[in-house]
Design a binder for this molecule. Structure first.
Ligand SMILES: [Fe+2]
Length: 267
């Protein structure tokens, strides 16, 4: 079975290409690689209805199962209706949150957005400073568009607990875990760094560390960081398959970038 992985499409940040172009190019790549299951690790757009419409349209077009977790951008909303949007996503059958996907007797996919817990920042910043999101004249943008009605550290713990419950449900199957937020420190921006000593706070969480020790996680898929990287450590393959913003692409060609970002695993 071939599983395709991609994240951080950010289709609404591209001023040159339409929704339909993204559907067509991604569909063509998935079909040409004979993929059986597609996993999207979040950040399709800054508009939850557009993000879900994209997933539904893509699934109808390619005719295979498509599973996703929302990224921080998918929760963005001017009125900060975060909890409402969270419930909206959870209702969708393709959303992995609190709904493990059983592939077969041996494998299951478990997923959650995850949330950051500030533990990846350099140690010199106070919790109050990190909660403000403000550093050197900029503000971490989630602070303007997302409000969980809990502090970020509580949100991270709550989401990790939900994932633990899902892990308990899949028996002794091998697990493909998908989060949007990073769960391994080697996927942060290397420090010391002028601004990411601070902003790494919002990149990842340590609340999943125990889960890797306790459950049979074989693949750990992440998004959020807008680079493409794979790391194998202690029998776990960590994969980040971000398309990222157009200005971050190496080429100017969407098909080339999708082909480069799309990671395929075989189980
Ligand atoms: Fe992103």
């Amino acid at each position: 079975m071939k599983i395709g992985i991609i994240s951080d499409l950010h289709i609404d940040r591209d001023t040159k290409r339409s929704f339909e172009v993204y559907i067509d190019v991604l569909s063509a790549e998935v079909k040409s690689q004979n993929i059986d299951l597609l996993l999207l690790a979040g950040d399709i757009s800054n508009d939850y209805k557009m993000s879900y419409h994209f997933i539904k349209t893509l699934k109808d077009k390619i005719g295979i199962d498509v599973l996703f977790v929302p990224g921080n951008h998918d929760y963005w909303d001017n009125d900060k209706k975060t909890l409402e949007i969270f419930e909206y996503f959870k209702k969708q059958p393709e959303c992995l949150i609190e709904r493990p996907y059983i592939i077969n007797e041996d494998w299951a996919v478990i997923g959650h957005s995850g949330w950051y817990d500030y533990s990846y920042a350099a140690s010199e910043f106070s919790r109050e400073k990190l909660e403000s999101g403000k550093f050197k004249g900029s503000t971490w943008q989630d602070k303007f568009y997302v409000d969980w009605r809990l502090n970020d550290q509580r949100v991270s713990k709550t989401f990790a607990e939900a994932v633990r419950k899902d892990m308990e449900q899949v028996g002794d199957r091998h697990i493909i875990l998908m989060t949007h937020i990073v769960t391994h420190k080697k996927f942060t921006v290397p420090m010391p760094h002028r601004i990411f000593d601070f902003y790494n706070a919002y990149i990842g969480t340590s609340d999943f560390d125990q889960l890797y020790k306790q459950y049979s996680i074989k693949y750990s898929i992440m998004g959020h960081i807008h680079f493409r990287k794979m790391l194998v450590e202690d029998g776990i393959t960590y994969i980040c398959a971000c398309l990222g913003y157009t200005r971050q692409w190496r080429s100017k060609n969407l098909a080339t970038e999708i082909a480069s970002a799309l990671h395929v695993i075989e189980i």
